[in-house]
Design a protein around this ligand. Structure first.
Ligand SMILES: CC(=O)N[C@H]1[C@@H](OP(=O)(O)OP(=O)(O)OC[C@H]2O[C@@H](n3ccc(=O)[nH]c3=O)[C@H](O)[C@@H]2O)O[C@H](CO)[C@@H](O)[C@@H]1O[C@H](C)C(=O)N[C@@H](C)C(=O)N[C@H](CCC(=O)O)C(=O)O
Ligand SMILES: Nc1ncnc2c1ncn2[C@@H]1O[C@H](COP(=O)(O)OP(=O)(O)OP(=O)(O)O)[C@@H](O)[C@H]1O
Ligand SMILES: N[C@H](CCC[C@H](N)C(=O)O)C(=O)O
Length: 478
């Protein structure tokens, strides 16, 4: 492809007309992956500065370089841009040219519930014969095939490549605040943007909750002119989003507003909670096939999204009833001791609130809670998580999550410090912690293991990485 075709998508193209005839074979952001005639985009990152690798890139045969810094290069064209990450997304879009005009694009943001809501929407639409591509922390799916997923919101090069491969009718994607801040979805125009909720999280990355909120709401600027926001206003941050969007004059469908009220009903302790939704014409009952009040909110979000795509209300409700859940999200495993083991991806205090209350409401006599904290991530949320768990569970076992660059000894001493005020114990090895919980569980106890879900990253030094799901399956098979 001609460099000119790519440069048209970024603002700075005019000054670089002399180089427009140059042929580009691909785009790369990592010097180690550069191939002959690639366009290299230098990004000043959090750990490295791509501009430092420019000489390597020239030697590896790059056709041209785009970067943010003032650099004079004789060998090949160097084009300066205001924001390399933004330029990357625009150039990736121009390079892969995905045909998005006939697709419906749905973006889901919020602290908790994004993955679950995406899975619910996909399930409902597929039941109605509509094919979906989906990008989430658990799984990326395109044309019915799984594609690797390491980030929640994938980087623009891979995103646009997969979008150009997609022959599906609808694209559903989880959009994290990191994804928004780093322009990973720059250039996407959404038909629907959903906001689930906000909770204390990622304040190592964002300055404070207000900035976190501001970044999240930036997503709604990427709605198409006729696009619509769907907001869960059953939490204070949701209400703030509604205010903000309405002040911008954006079409907003508010769940929890007089027009679309949602009532959570539980007739007695033995019965599952349901959500009662009133539309202008009738009253509808939502009984999703997954436990938890939080999942009623997620289901309501999915319901209204499907409804806006003109699906039949009763069929949507039926599809939600047959929804089997998301791997590693309140996934339940019966154990021979007649204890129940639950694996859940809760990693904020609010998620603990929902997850542990779900266990209690749905029958736990005693809750043994096993969890830890990912290294190099927001440390300020940890106290709140321990506090919430102390309030809602009966016994805490603190264990390692993912060290993520933190020394083993340092994280273990953190666990001991955090454990001081709680009533628990510390067992650093995650597998041993889970085994201990199972060994000490009695009939009717629920062992709730949170934070990792299906993730298979490093769990301890001595054992190969195994996900909690695999560990529990192994224990239950014995
Ligand atoms: C803090 C953060 O978000 N970092 C992301 C960011 O990395 P970065 O660009 O700053 O990378 P860097 O290592 O500093 O390198 C800068 C540049 O130098 C280049 N480089 C580097 C080394 C070299 O030898 N040659 C070279 O060219 C790199 O390719 C890169 O272009 O951009 C990368 C590409 O998109 C991401 O992979 C990376 O995610 C890291 C791995 C990460 O852990 N991110 C987490 C925090 C994250 O994004 N999480 C959210 C979800 C959070 C939630 O669940 O709520 C997500 O969306 O996944
Ligand atoms: N609507 C909700 N409100 C509060 N907590 C929720 C909600 N939905 C899910 N949770 C809790 O948050 C956990 C993570 O859910 P889910 O994976 O759907 O969220 P997420 O936003 O995709 O998180 P992440 O971006 O970290 O993957 C669940 O396991 C559950 O404990
Ligand atoms: N995707 C999130 C979730 C991590 C979940 C949990 N392991 C934690 O300790 O916070 C992150 O990378 O921050």
């Amino acid at each position: 492809m001609k460099l000119s075709q790519l440069l048209e998508t970024i603002d700075e193209h005019d000054e670089w007309r002399p180089f427009h005839h140059i042929e580009v074979n691909g785009i790369a952001t990592n010097s180690k992956l550069i191939q002959q005639n690639d366009l290299f985009i230098a990004i000043s990152g959090y750990r490295h500065d791509g501009h430092h690798f420019i000489q390597d890139v020239v030697e590896a045969g790059a056709a041209a370089i785009i970067g943010e810094k003032e650099i004079h290069l004789r060998e090949i064209p160097y084009i300066r841009t205001a924001n390399s990450r933004k330029a990357l997304a625009r150039l990736a879009k121009a390079y892969y040219r995905p045909r998005l005009d006939k697709k419906v694009l749905i973006g889901v943001t919020g602290t908790n519930g994004k993955t679950t809501t995406c899975f619910m929407i996909k399930h409902i639409l597929e039941q109605a014969g509509i094919s979906c591509s989906m990008f989430t922390s658990v799984q990326n799916m395109v044309n019915g095939q799984k594609r690797a997923s390491s980030l929640t919101t994938i980087d623009p090069l891979n995103l646009y490549k997969l979008l150009s491969d997609s022959q599906d009718d609808v694209i559903i994607m989880e959009v994290s605040s990191h994804g928004i801040a780093q322009f990973r979805v720059e250039g996407i125009e959404f038909d629907y943007c959903l906001f689930t909720n906000l909770d204390h999280e990622h304040l190592d990355y964002h300055k404070d909750m207000d900035e976190y909120f501001r970044v999240k709401t930036k997503l709604f600027q990427q709605l198409k002119p006729k696009g619509k926001a769907i907001v869960n206003a059953y939490n204070e941050w949701g209400k703030k989003v509604v205010q903000e969007l309405r002040s911008r004059g954006q079409a907003t469908h508010v769940i929890g507003h007089e027009e679309y009220p949602l009532q959570i009903i539980r007739n007695n302790q033995k019965e599952r909670a349901i959500a009662l939704m009133k539309t202008k014409e009738k009253s509808l009952e939502l009984k999703p096939g997954v436990l938890g009040i939080h999942n009623l909110y997620n289901a309501a979000m999915a319901f209204w999204t499907a409804r806006m795509l003109h699906l039949n209300e009763e069929e949507i409700i039926g599809s939600l009833m047959s929804f089997k859940g998301v791997p590693g999200r309140f996934e339940m495993f019966p154990h021979q001791s007649e204890a129940t083991i639950v694996i859940d991806y809760a990693h904020t205090a609010d998620a603990f609130f929902h997850c542990l209350n779900t266990a209690r409401y749905d029958g736990a006599k005693r809750i043994i809670h096993v969890f830890g904290f990912r290294g190099s991530r927001d440390e300020s949320k940890r106290q709140q998580m321990v506090k919430m768990s102390s309030r809602l569970s009966d016994f805490i076992i603190l264990t390692l999550d993912d060290l993520n660059g933190i020394l083993y000894e340092e994280m273990v001493s953190q666990l001991h410090l955090l454990n001081e005020a709680s009533k628990g114990i510390v067992i650093p090895d995650r597998t041993l912690a889970i085994e201990y919980a199972v060994k000490h569980a009695r009939k009717g106890d629920w062992i709730v293991i949170t934070g990792k879900g299906t993730e298979t990253y490093q769990q301890s030094f001595s054992l190969p990485a195994r996900s909690d799901v695999e560990t529990v399956r192994f224990i239950c098979s014995q």
